[in-house]
Design a protein around this ligand. Structure first.
Ligand code: 3PG
Length: 331
């Protein structure tokens, strides 16, 4: 059952939007199909109420209609992977800002927001450690036969490839190195000095990265350029016995190509926290060579929820009250 609650500040201050007094206390709607940890919700409410604003909370909704009615009087919207479509934007006539509490904002229709003059922000880096820990955990889980009897292997001494050297990729590289892995990375957009600083071997193409990675950890965002970019050709370049780890987005995988590669290369494994559309087929065809968590869970830690949730609340408040646009992604 979805839960919708409205919290009003005890001492209702008039909110100021770009220094113009407005009549009503502004409202920040937190809409999370996959709820934040309680401590994160309490922290968000605290920030919102201390700023003299109202907060409404919609959690565990399954019907889009609940989201549409939740945003009807919202000035700000805080979401996780919730889909903020043009329909949601249309249902929110007062909306001024959407904050995606997390890194990837492919769930937000940027064009629809920009068209309406709505600011979109993410909270970069706040949940990165949680995702990085899961990526490393997934490598060990596959190396140890999904924790079932039988001889496994160690990840120490193996080659770890990082595809995209952003906030998450950089932490995975650090943890991998600490576990004795030799770390390689490919990211044409990263500052090359980072690789030297982290003692990571930068390679010059994504093909080269796949070819040298016993474990390949994907950290690219889902964009028009990256959707379905990882398929048969890249996966087949991986060395014997390699494992592909996807804690990024399911959309970056060409699922037809993945299935074909797994068919032709019975030594390769695939693990993800974002089940493929064809996950049932993958499970049926490849058994324990593949694994997907029941729900996307990279950022599912209390710590990550608190950091991302509180950052989202502070950013929304700071924008509504002071017009601060730091972290805006639809400039
Ligand atoms: C992100 O982009 O920050 C992660 O994928 C986390 O997404 P979530 O908030 O839906 O868990």
């Amino acid at each position: 059952m979805p839960l919708m609650t409205v919290y009003r500040p005890s001492t209702a201050k008039k909110a100021v939007f770009f220094n113009d007094l407005i009549d009503d206390t502004m409202k920040i709607c937190v809409a999370t199909e996959k709820p934040f940890a309680r401590a994160a919700v309490d922290g968000i409410r605290d920030i919102v109420e201390k700023a003299g604003l109202q907060m409404s909370l919609l959690e565990k909704y399954t019907d889009k209609a609940d989201l549409l009615s939740a945003v009807a009087d919202a000035d700000a919207l805080i979401v996780r992977s919730d889909k903020v479509t043009a329909e949601v934007i249309d249902a929110a006539p007062q909306l001024k800002i959407v904050v995606r509490a997390g890194a990837g904002y492919d769930n937000v229709d940027l064009e629809a927001c920009t068209h309406r003059g709505i600011v979109v922000m993410n909270t970069p880096g706040q949940n990165s450690n949680a995702v990085a820990e899961l990526a490393i955990g997934m490598m060990i889980y596959m190396a140890r036969n999904q924790f079932t009897p039988g001889t496994g292997s160690e990840i120490s001494g193996k080659r770890l490839g990082i595809q995209a050297y952003g906030n998450v990729g950089r932490i995975v590289a650090r943890y991998g190195a600490a576990l004795g892995m030799k770390v390689y990375a490919f990211d044409p957009y990263a500052n090359p000095m980072l690789f030297d600083a982290d003692q990571v071997q930068a390679v010059s193409s994504v093909e080269e990265l796949y070819a040298c990675s016993d474990y390949l950890s994907i950290h690219i965002p889902a964009t028009d350029q990256t959707r379905r970019s990882i398929g048969y050709d890249l996966i087949c370049r991986m060395p014997k016995g390699a494992t592909l780890v996807n804690t990024a987005r399911k959309e970056v995988i060409d699922e037809v190509g993945l299935i074909r590669a797994l068919e032709e290369r019975p030594d390769i494994k695939y693990i993800t926290d974002i089940a493929a559309d064809a996950q049932a087929t993958l499970n049926e065809k490849f058994g324990k060579r593949v694994f997907a968590t029941a729900k996307k869970m990279g950022a599912e830690t209390a710590e990550a929820n608190i950091k991302a949730g509180l950052a989202a609340a502070s950013q929304a408040v700071d924008f509504l009250l002071h017009g601060n646009r730091k972290f805006q992604v639809n400039k």
